[in-house]
Design a protein around this ligand. Structure first.
Ligand code: AMP
Length: 194
């Protein structure tokens, strides 16, 4: 299963991907986690990315594509993957398309978690208190939501136009949201298999 999880910051993509990877037996690739690891390790990529991430803006497409290309060339993704946090704009959606075509691994499904902004703001406040991520500061969350609306929402449209997008209600108990995603994936694979 090659799956992209879309949704605004704090919509639960990471949490759901962590659960789904066990059920689907494929790795969870989070570009946010990869970037945070690069920042923590003080790599050249991390040094370039840190200020941009702290401000809630998007790190450059070139950096992301190089990181993703390297990750998707590893052996553990041969059986599929769950991509979380990429693509975040139309240029990245296009780059992903080309990259997956090149390695002969087209996407099976794209699921968008739908969560209203008020719920996002409340969730990020809780995460800010627990994890102290600078980009969960309420002022930065507002900027991240703006970036999402302006740059990432069109990505959902991009997949919807291809009939690939499944929208799932991301509000509710964790198990219930996981079950909704699994139902959407079964519907997708039933449709794909005719
Ligand atoms: P996330 O954990 O997915 O919310 O990502 C945290 C931060 O990492 C984002 O606010 C961006 O600054 C950066 N980031 C993660 N993925 C991408 C991406 N695909 N393109 C650009 N920046 C990204």
């Amino acid at each position: 299963m090659r799956l992209v999880l879309l949704g605004p910051p704090g919509s639960g993509k990471g949490t759901q991907a962590t659960r789904l990877k066990v059920e689907l037996g494929v790795p969870h690739i989070s570009t946010g986690d990869m970037l945070r690891a690069a920042v923590a390790a003080g790599t050249p990529t991390g040094l370039k990315a840190k200020a941009v991430m702290d401000a809630g803006q998007l790190v450059s497409d070139d950096i992301l594509l190089a990181m993703l290309e390297e990750r998707l060339s590893q052996d553990d993704v041969k059986g599929g993957f769950i991509l979380d946090g990429y693509p975040r704009n139309l240029a990245q959606a296009d780059a992903l398309d080309h990259l997956l075509a090149k390695i002969g691994q087209p996407l099976d499904a794209v699921v968008k978690l739908d969560v209203p902004n008020e719920a996002i703001i409340a969730r990020c406040e809780i995460r800010f208190a627990a994890e102290h991520r600078k980009d969960d500061d309420p002022a930065v969350v507002r900027d991240r939501l703006k970036v999402y609306a302006e740059q990432t929402a069109p990505v959902a449209e991009f997949f919807a136009r291809r009939g690939k997008l499944q929208v799932v209600d991301g509000v509710g108990e964790l198990n219930e949201v996981t079950a909704r995603i699994k139902r959407a994936l079964s519907a997708e694979s039933a449709a794909a298999n005719g």
